[in-house]
Design a protein around this ligand. Structure first.
Ligand SMILES: Cc1ncc(COP(=O)(O)O)c(C=O)c1O
Length: 417
């Protein structure tokens, strides 16, 4: 192991609480991660010492808050190796960042008959905004299918491209199956076909190094709250030339240069896309999360998650009552496992695990089309982060076996459908 997980856990106070009288085992990290003490303290300190509205006041607090937010923009750019801070737009979350692109790029540049390629893995956030746009602009959506192991079928993907393809928007890591699509290959395929690219990196940035200059997508989005940061803050990285060409998303304060009664001229980047008072405190403290992740390092994060994933897969594969979705090989997936107990509703499993202190997510995980593709209504999802331990995976295993024993009469075993 690249670091001492027990030592690290001391930085995350919530990991010491009890749930139903049992120590919390937090395996819902794909939904949101827990926050280190340094970030919680920074949030308190911001409100105690620097709170003011940004870009507006001729007073010290406003200046300090503005500096903190602009420093955060620079640090976010550095974190993903973006060429300039102006290419980082702060939004409320990844969902809003995608909606920004559908509105400001899609509405302006797409024409009836154009095509957008998505994948069967997508979260509703990277699906519904395109559906709305497709209806409005008579644009066709096409989908890269998945194979049995949850990987994208790139042979089929190649057949979807034509001169009509204007954009490929896809996840870098599935929030359900842990699939890690070949981002560079898809981007290069899109480029060869003259299409733009959007990478939904919501499940990638928390776990792996992100380098937008290496991948060179046109857009990349993620949410701070899934990577130790606060809720209410998302990031859109955009290629500068494209952001310049795009129209504003929301109208209001800050996004204008001048306003007449009938017209306005938009502000320069990034203000053009940041209407109204933004998530000031959240942006100001986000660098604490980035600093923490950099201190741990992504190779240590990956190593720890692989260890947990390997053991959890072993436990699940050992139970004949369990169906696992996606690849069974830990090295082919991120730290997310979706499974079901045969014949049991995922919510029943989730509730039983919660009684043992184990927090997992159940349901469709905002991926209803993927659930339909898998032939299920929902799954139980365990998702890990670097502060989780092997002991916690063993607790999960014992809680699962207890659940299986409790529901035994209702369960089907291997082979049975
Ligand atoms: C792959 C993926 N994309 C997008 C999102 C949306 O993130 P947010 O709700 O923070 O906008 C999520 C959240 O679970 C996700 O897993």
């Amino acid at each position: 192991m690249g670091f001492d997980a027990l030592e690290i856990r001391r930085d995350f106070p919530i990991l010491f609480r009890q749930v139903h009288g049992k120590p919390l085992v937090y395996f819902d990290n794909a939904a949101t991660t827990q926050k280190p003490k340094s970030l919680i303290a920074a949030l308190g300190s911001f409100y105690e010492n620097h709170n003011g509205n940004i870009h507006r006041g001729a007073h010290t607090l406003s200046d300090e808050a503005t500096t903190l937010v602009e420093e955060a923009r620079q640090k976010t750019a550095d974190f993903i190796n973006a060429p300039k801070p102006e290419t980082i737009i702060f939004t409320r979350n990844a969902t809003e960042a995608i909606n920004l692109v559908t509105h400001s790029w899609g509405r302006k540049f797409l024409r009836p008959g154009d095509e957008i390629i998505l994948t069967e893995l997508e979260h509703h956030s990277n699906l519904v905004p395109w559906q709305i746009l497709a209806k409005e602009k008579s644009v066709k959506l096409r989908f890269i299918p998945i194979g049995a192991d949850g990987d994208l079928d790139l042979v089929e993907a190649r057949k979807l491209f034509s001169e009509k393809t204007k954009l490929v928007s896809f996840t870098a890591a599935s929030n359900v199956l842990g699939t890690l699509p070949p981002v560079e290959e898809i981007i290069s395929l899109a480029k060869k076909n003259g299409a733009k690219t959007l990478v939904d990196a919501s499940q990638w940035t928390p776990h792996f190094k992100t380098d937008v200059r290496a991948w060179d997508p046109d857009f990349l989005v993620f949410s701070a709250h899934k990577m130790l940061g606060p809720t209410g803050l998302g990031v859109l990285y955009g290629r500068e030339s494209l952001l310049e060409e795009m129209d504003p998303f929301l109208g209001g304060g800050d996004m204008i240069e001048t306003v007449e009664l009938e017209t306005f001229t938009p502000n320069v980047l990034p203000a053009k896309f940041e209407a109204g008072t933004p998530a000031i405190a959240e942006a100001a403290v986000f660098p604490e999360a980035l600093k923490y992740l950099s201190k741990i390092g992504f190779s240590a994060i990956d190593e720890q998650e692989q260890t947990l994933l390997k053991r959890a897969l072993e436990i699940l594969k050992n139970e004949p009552e369990v169906d696992i979705y996606g690849s069974l090989l830990p090295q082919n997936r991120g730290g997310v496992i979706s499974f079901n107990l045969k014949g049991l509703h995922p919510h029943d499993v989730g509730t039983a695990l919660d009684l043992e202190g184990v927090a997992v997510r159940t349901g469709h995980h905002c991926c209803q089309p993927l659930m339909r593709r898998l032939g299920v209504g929902g799954t139980v999802r365990a998702s890990f982060y670097f502060y989780n331990t092997i002991d916690e995976v063993e607790v999960f295993g014992r809680a699962l076996r207890k659940t299986i024993a409790f529901f035994k009469p209702k369960l089907k075993t291997a082979g049975a459908k």
